[in-house]
Design a protein around this ligand. Structure first.
Ligand code: ITT
Length: 213
């Protein structure tokens, strides 16, 4: 059993489809650290969630990055969804003329153990041009070392796509305006979305690591 600490049932539904074991939602709105980087937000969230739940937990921090807006809203996606709404985000991207974007997500695991079998307590996706990921990994590791507490394991997933006029009724959040390979995420079944999504990619890495644990 995996305890997923989140206020968002959409995330849990996706994890349930993905992981081989039962996923239980613990609906707790852990304090989110303000940071320009979702890996940092996720790492702090996992520690706060673990302290609250006192059992092994995963959290997910994720967001939509829009190329024309230099990666905004990113970690502020939830706030932007609630305030501007996805239609206005689509309008802004359309006005900018560059509709490239990506979903990025980090699944963070914490169980209070020092991950004795893991030499480095941080695992980020280092494929491709990843100076930023390296910097993030170092920052999180340093922080953990200096705090000396609660190592967190991080699993990152990224999916590039196009910002489009809203289509489809599935999924949640920005799914209707995010197109991948001709379909918006809101037009895909949960399985189809999981097969390509940022969360699916991050969960796949988590599942593989967790199985060996
Ligand atoms: P928790 O923090 O309680 O887990 P949340 O929904 O507030 O739930 P985040 O802080 O990670 O989650 O914010 C993620 C936001 O990014 C979410 O509100 C959506 O606006 C967007 N988002 C993330 N993943 C998404 C996805 O798969 N499909 C659509 N929108 C997504």
């Amino acid at each position: 059993m995996v305890t997923f600490v989140t206020t968002n049932p959409g995330k849990v539904a996706e994890a349930e489809e993905y992981l081989d074991e039962p996923v239980e939602q613990l609906d707790f709105d852990y304090p989110e650290r303000q940071a320009a980087d979702i890996a940092t937000v996720a790492a702090h969230g996992a520690r706060a969630a673990y302290r609250h739940a006192n059992e092994p937990v995963i959290v997910d921090d994720s967001g939509l990055t829009i190329d024309a807006l230099d990666g905004f809203p990113g970690p502020y996606s939830s706030y932007v969804e609630d305030t501007l709404g996805i239609e206005r985000v689509w309008n802004i991207a359309a006005e900018e003329g560059n509709r490239g974007g990506a979903f990025r997500g980090v699944v963070a695991y914490c169980d209070g153990d020092p991950f004795e079998a893991t030499p480095e307590p941080v695992d980020t996706d280092r494929r491709g041009d990843d100076t930023a990921a390296d910097e993030r990994a170092d920052a999180t590791t340093d922080e953990q070392v200096s705090e000396g507490v609660l190592p967190v394991k991080l699993f990152e997933g990224v999916v590039p796509g196009t910002i489009v006029e809203p289509r489809g009724s599935g999924g949640f959040g920005f799914d209707p305006i995010f197109e991948y390979d001709g379909q918006t995420f809101a037009e895909m079944s949960r399985d189809e979305k999981n097969a390509v999504s940022h969360r699916g990619r991050a969960l796949a890495k988590f599942a593989e690591w967790y199985q060996g644990r």
